[in-house]
Design a protein around this ligand. Structure first.
Ligand code: ADP
Length: 433
């Protein structure tokens, strides 16, 4: 097309030259100058019309892409095809995200709702289109989720009731997304929490049902005097030890069931000085002089929480240290301040624990060595109880250990659980029962 337009200015010149050439040819052929000019003029008109038709055709074709002549056409086609494919993929993705069973909400840096899927409507109670652009925590006010949204932590919010459907349970996670956006994911875990509830009820009921018959058996075994039946004395001793162990397992299971269903603890002052004195006495009684036991207290702080549960957790760690440290070992109990609050730790020079077991120690019935644990009289539930008690006190358990050298179990308490001590009598052990 451009080439045609470029050559257009040459046309009048060519016409004039053509007419002159026609006239000259007519004159040379016998003096018929006019005839020569007329013939050339007709030929030029025909040529001109053909040329104009060509220009018109070219102009029409240039307004609609010509697949054969445009060198950019294949690239254009590919681009169009890719765009269409992308648009279709995007549409499919949006539909898939929109129909996921988990709620998804796209938030900007100020928690304004940018987009949400269908599950977010039912689980979180968001409405379309009026809730686009609102601040999510304002919309969910008065729910547990709103409290968490004030300062969302990287840890998921576990098992809370769904603001849009209070009978359902959700797990909520906040993920960084794009430049400064966030993606809120709420998973419906109602089915899992129902199963978990069934499991908890089952364990609690079985433990409760076993308690009475075990107490009866234990009572009768205590009544039997081995001296009356000397040939059965070893059997009787073993039966007594096992029934005691079963009784302890049942009690620990009941304690765990109670702790699992609790979401808060009593808020009482737990005086640490008498509690540490009690723990020392218990350790010495269990050790029977086989270990060197030291208690170091520099924190000068009391705890706020449940005296019974805290005693149970802290004494479990001391009892483990005694049971898993061979004769002649050292056990050190420390209560000290830290930059984040205060730590209660129990260090022993015992068997230690290989690193790959550490993360699983607080699971129910998890043991590094079953035979050693059984021989030591453990139930396999002690550290599980410790973990639950600490959780209820917003504290955490830190475990460090080197096989063959010993272990340190540390309970880290935050400032919200610490109190300045009142004047008290340290010599009097704490009554926790
Ligand atoms: P158990 O009643 O078997 O002691 P726990 O829950 O208290 O159950 O402990 C779980 C396991 O962790 C124990 O079986 C033992 O293998 C290991 N463990 C706990 N404390 C210590 C320790 N101080 N030193 C070495 N191993 C330990």
């Amino acid at each position: 097309m451009n080439r045609l337009l470029d050559s257009a200015w040459k046309l009048p010149f060519a016409l004039v030259v053509g007419l002159l050439a026609g006239g000259l040819a007519g004159w040379l052929a016998g003096g018929h100058v006019a005839t020569g000019v007329a013939l050339v003029a007709v030929a030029e008109i025909v040529l001109l019309l053909t040329h104009l038709r060509h220009i018109a055709k070219t102009m029409i074709n240039s307004s609609t892409p010509d697949k054969n002549n445009d060198p950019d056409q294949p690239r254009h086609d590919r681009f169009m095809m890719r765009s269409r494919r992308l648009a279709a993929n995007l549409h499919d993705l949006r539909r898939a995200a929109g129909n996921l069973p988990d709620a998804i909400v796209l938030l900007d840096q100020d928690q304004h709702v940018r987009w949400f899927n269908h599950a977010a409507e039912s689980l979180l109670g968001l409405r379309r289109p009026q809730d686009r652009g609102i601040v999510l925590r304002d919309k969910l006010h008065n729910s547990e989720l709103a409290g968490w949204l004030e300062e969302p932590s990287p840890e998921p919010l576990n098992d809370v009731s769904a603001p849009g459907q209070p009978s359902r349970h959700i797990n909520v996670t906040m993920l960084p997304f794009g430049q400064r956006q966030r993606l809120l994911l709420a998973r419906d875990i109602s089915h899992m929490s129902r199963l978990e509830q069934i499991r908890r009820d089952f364990v609690a009921n079985v433990s409760h049902e076993l308690r009475t018959p075990l107490t009866v058996i234990h009572g009768y075994l205590e009544l039997l005097d081995p001296e009356d039946v000397p040939h059965l004395a070893p059997v009787l001793g073993e039966m007594r030890a096992q029934s005691k162990r079963m009784g302890q397992i049942v009690e620990d299971l009941l304690t765990l069931s109670r702790l699992e269903t609790q979401d808060h603890v009593s808020e009482e002052r737990v005086q640490m000085a008498p509690l540490l004195a009690t723990l020392r006495k218990e350790a010495e009684a269990l050790s029977q002089g086989r270990h060197t036991i030291t208690v170091e207290s520099t924190a000068e702080l009391d705890l706020l929480g449940s005296p019974k549960d805290l005693h149970s957790a802290l004494s479990n760690l001391v009892s483990n240290a005694v049971r898993y440290t061979p004769t002649g070992g050292r056990i050190t109990v420390r209560w000290e301040r830290t930059a984040e609050g205060a730590n209660y730790s129990v260090t022993d020079t015992g068997y230690g624990i290989p690193a790959d077991h550490l993360s699983r120690l607080t699971e129910r019935f998890y043991r590094v060595s079953s035979s050693r644990s059984r021989d030591s009289g453990g139930t396999g539930l002690g550290l599980s109880i410790v973990k639950h008690v600490l959780g209820l006190h917003q504290a955490r358990l830190d475990i460090r250990s080197t096989p063959g050298q010993g272990s340190t179990f540390t309970c880290c308490f935050g400032p919200e659980r610490l109190l300045t001590p009142e004047v008290h009598d340290v010599s009097k052990p704490l009554d926790v029962h």
